[in-house]
Structure formats: structure tokens, C-alpha cells
Design a binder for this molecule. Sequence first.
Ligand SMILES: Nc1nc2c(ncn2[C@@H]2O[C@H](COP(=O)(O)OP(=O)(O)O)[C@@H](O)[C@H]2O)c(=O)[nH]1
Ligand SMILES: [Mg+2]
Length: 363
Amino acid sequence: MGFKCGLIGLPNVGKSTIFNALSAAGAQVANYPFCTIEPNVGIVPVPDERLFQIARIVAPPKVTSTTIEFVDIAGLVKGASKGEGLGNKFLGHIRDVDAIVHVVRCFEHSDVAHVYGSVDPVRDIEIVNAELILADLETIERRIEKNERLVKTGERSFAKHIEILKKIFKELGKGTPARHAVAEEEKEHIEDLRLLTSKQMLYVANTGEESSKSEDSYVENVTRFAQQEGSKVINICGDMESEIAALPPDERREFMMDLGIEEPGLNTLIRTGYDILDLITFYTTAGAELRAWTVRKKTRVPAAAGKIHSDMERGFIRAEALKYEDFIKAGSLGRAKEKGLIRIEGKEYEISDGDIVFFRFNV
Ligand SMILES: Nc1nc2c(ncn2[C@@H]2O[C@H](COP(=O)(O)OP(=O)(O)O)[C@@H](O)[C@H]2O)c(=O)[nH]1
Ligand SMILES: [Mg+2]
């Protein structure tokens, strides 16, 4: 099961444009059998310079990137939490993702209608965030009511739980998303509620192809808003990204050079999504395939092996691990071994970002 980022925002802000660009770019660089699982779910390879560098040394017949999923969630409007538009269905889709990519319109374009008549990104953000918070308030309220009934039937142990839920309810009521309103030690009390605002969120300021004074100020406003909230924000031009993604890979570089950009904004988007999910990458180079894999930070090495095959987790004996930097310095696996750079790690070892890992297991 992959990690999922959901694209949300008001209608006509560029979510599908960005989603399609992600899918098109992904479909070209890696041949995954199902790049689009469903019309609105895309498996996107994570751009990874380290994988490229390892591949140059190992020269394997096959190189496989790790992936992250993006979901294009249809537009949210005011009242979604009360079932407006396709309200509840959308909110359900948001519940299923691990992180939220909140797309905000910063481009002016008279041909593209804005649901609220004008371009005003901070207002838009507040509309969407308010719907998420309202949905969460309802979820918490229902849980409080249910638990209060249980307390009446003698389940005293719920009293503390209710107290914490009420505190979080109050904070959310003031407009604070759950990811900022809930202390570490309180997290277990809301975990199974899967609150929408407890997910990490990143903002994408979607700008036009040509910069203008008003667009610059929209981006500044979004940036200020995100910073105050402690969220990341990235700047993308959806239309340009789809033009880049539509090109064959070998023509992309030239096109980008003409535009004076080093890499597609989508790469930054994918990497930032990866980051806010607290994900790290490790590499395996068994047999004919060099491959990158994704795990959460602090994953122990047997669980990481389980990502590859459940037999490898069950029969785990030990792992041999090598830091990416050490491998590059050594210049080959043989030399890394000679220099004693390959460590032996037991089942307590937590995978580090960039580890090249060889698993030893019984079958
Ligand atoms: N000028 C300009 N138009 C854009 C940009 N991104 C999206 N659009 C246009 O805005 C319209 C709505 O985009 P779409 O991706 O369908 O929005 P969604 O409703 O959020 O999925 C389309 O006509 C897009 O071509 C952009 O960066 N610049
Ligand atoms: Mg759309």
C-alpha cells in the first residue's frame, strides 16, 4: 500500500491540471503497469538524484523508483461539510489520504470562472479549511455524545477521554486545525477519528505563466498565511507543468532551459509531499534490479524488509547496510566492503534515509 497525497481546493483552481501533469510525467519516466489506478488516482515515481547516482555505479539492467500516490479530489465548496455539492463524498475521499495538498488559485484568467467571482487566495483557503474543521467538529461531537452515553452506563474510564475531546473541540472551534491543536500525548485519543485537519497539509500556489504584480501579491499572501500556520507552501504554474509533462523526456530539458528553470515544479511538489509524510528512502540492489523503497522514519529493518516481501520479514536474520554517501565515496560495492563500510544490523535497527540494504533471511 502506497502513501497518498490528496489534491484539494475549490473548483477551477487547477487541481486536475496538476494531477494530469503528475500522471503524464510519471507515465513517461517509469513504466508502471497501472499509472492511473482509477481515473483520479495516480502512482507517481519520486524523483531521486541518489537513485540515479547509484545506478551510474551499479549499472543494473533495471532501475525502479519508489512511488507516491496522488489523488485528484473533486472541488470543495462552501457547505461541503453539510453535504453541499457532493460534500460528504469528497470529505470521505480526504479521510482516506495521508496528507493534503491544498491547491490555491493565484492565476488570473478571464476565461476561467472563479466560483466566488474574484481571485482571492487567502479567502479561498479559509473557505476550504473552514469546511474541513466543520466536518471534524461534527465527528468529535458525535464521539463525545456516544461516550457520554457510555459513561452514564457506568463506563467511568471514558471520562478522561471526553475531557480531552472537549478541549480539542474548543480549539477547533476557534479555527485551529487538529494538527496544531492536539498535543503529542493526546494523539491516541483522536487517532481512530481520522480527523481531516489532523493530516499534514501543504499549500500549492498555482500561478499563471507570466508573472504580474497582482499574482505576485497573491503568492505573497498565501506564503504569509502558510508561514503563520506553520505549513509549507510551493509555487507552481499548473499550465506550464502540463506542457513540460507532455513533452518526451529528452525534450524536456531543453524546454526548461529555454524557460530558465532547472527542474519541473512537480518534482518539488512530489518531494515536499514525501517530506511532510515523514517518509524516507532506502535502496536494494539484489539480482538485476536496483530499486528505491519508501518507509516512514523510524521503521525497523525487519518491517522494511516486509515492504519487499512478507517472507523476508518473517524469516529476517540480519541486514547489511551501507550509507549512500559511503557508497559514492567508495565508488563500488567491492571497495565499500574492503573498507569495512558495510555494517551488520540486527532487528532493532531503524533504517536511515539513503541506506543501501542487503537483507539476510531464512525462507
Ligand atoms: N492561466 C492558467 N490557467 C490554469 C492554470 N492551471 C489551471 N488553469 C486552468 O483553469 C481551469 C480549471 O483547471 P482544472 O485543473 O480543471 O481545475 P480543478 O477544478 O481545480 O480541477 C482550466 O481551464 C485550466 O486550464 C494555470 O496555472 N494558469
Ligand atoms: Mg478537477
